[in-house]
Ligand binder design. Structure first.
Ligand SMILES: NC(=O)c1ccc[n+]([C@@H]2O[C@H](COP(=O)([O-])OP(=O)(O)OC[C@H]3O[C@@H](n4cnc5c(N)ncnc54)[C@H](OP(=O)(O)O)[C@@H]3O)[C@@H](O)[C@H]2O)c1
Length: 306
């Protein structure tokens, strides 16, 4: 069946996103998937995903470099304008990263967690905004670490510490920035920022272009902890996956399938909402804050200006 609409996706190369991409292509034969991935990896992923005649292409971007993200967005926009891709009906900002310090810089000099988890999505959404057709859905993968309480992450990740966005975009925004705790605080804070922006996008995007955040829960065994020390990596890859057999964690398979359901609209969710796996739920009390949302919007507009 020929593809009738385009979906642009980051973070499809492995983990939750890889399973989601496979599920999306299986469940919707009318989709053309554009995989945005770093280096040459997108080409290999697209070739694997297109097995069985699925419609997949790739565009290269390192999400830690805003100029690289801008070039990728421009390339996709040109392909849409020229009719080389069918009409755009979705964007999935699933890529995410967690460091073991708050000192890592992206190519533009901004802190790397904030760059990949917040600024890269903003560049892509703003550049593609005018190309979305009515009946589009943007999905941003966030995390329940943004709650910052034991119930949601069993004390593994410290809660967010909100600060002026210009400070969050810089390295060393948190106490003892060389520590793993600071790196994980940068992570949970970046996910809170992503939820704030989803609220702001929902107010600003035209009717018919919906935006939702998606929380997979704790998903052991993905590459997210790949920068951690050897003991943490062993725990995450070998021991923690056993938790997916309990209700404490989500298996990669389930997390990917839930994401696919959100992306394809099988999980119904109003614009601006937070989907916890398969259900619309409130995000944390802290994550509803019009003043912070407006301040963050202004800051990311400035930080991502070419
Ligand atoms: N695992 C969990 O417990 C959990 C819980 C809540 C939320 N999440 C979120 O779920 C999403 C997927 O994570 P995962 O657990 O599946 O981890 P993962 O296996 O590490 O996948 C992360 C994805 O992001 C991509 N990515 C990271 N940095 C990038 C960059 N600079 N440029 C281009 N692509 C980049 C990776 O591409 P490469 O293959 O090139 O590295 C990969 O496709 C993330 O947003 C994460 O924060 C995960």
């Amino acid at each position: 069946m020929a593809a009738t609409h385009t979906l642009v996706m980051t973070g499809a190369s492995r983990g939750i996103g890889r399973i989601a991409a496979e599920t999306i292509l299986k469940n919707d034969p009318t989709v053309h998937l554009v995989v945005v991935a770093r280096g040459d990896s997108g080409r290999a992923v697209a070739s694997e995903l297109s097995a069985g005649g699925r419609s997949v292409s790739s565009v290269s971007a390192d999400l830690g470099s805003l100029s690289s993200v801008r070039s990728a967005a421009a390339e996709i926009a040109t392909q849409l304008q020229r009719g080389e891709l069918p009409p755009l009906r979705g964007f999935v900002g699933n890529a995410g990263i967690q460091y073991t310090n708050a000192l890592t810089k992206g190519a533009d000099g901004h802190e790397a967690t904030f760059t990949v988890n917040v600024l890269a999505n903003h560049v892509l959404i703003r550049a593609l905004e005018k190309h979305f057709s009515a009946d589009s859905r943007i999905t941003i993968t966030v995390s329940d670490t943004h709650f910052g309480d034991f119930k949601h992450n069993m004390g593994m990740v410290p809660g967010p510490i909100w600060q002026a966005p210009e400070k969050l975009a810089k390295t060393a925004a948190f106490d003892k920035p060389a520590t793993t705790a600071a790196g994980r605080t940068a992570y949970s804070t970046s996910k809170l920022a992503a939820i704030y922006l989803v609220h702001e996008y929902a107010r600003r995007l035209p009717n018919g272009i919906d935006v939702v955040s998606y929380n997979p829960g704790f998903v052991p065994g993905t590459g997210l902890a790949r920068n951690a020390d050897a003991v943490s990596r062993f725990m995450m890859s070998r021991v923690m996956p056993l938790m997916a057999l309990t209700s404490m964690a989500t298996s990669q398979k389930d997390a990917g399938r839930y994401l696919a359901d959100v992306v394809l609209g099988k999980t119904q969710a109003p614009t601006g909402s937070y989907v916890d796996r398969a259900t619309v739920e409130p995000s944390s009390d802290e994550s509803y804050d019009r003043a912070r949302e407006a301040e963050l919007w202004d800051a990311v507009e400035k930080l991502t200006a070419a």
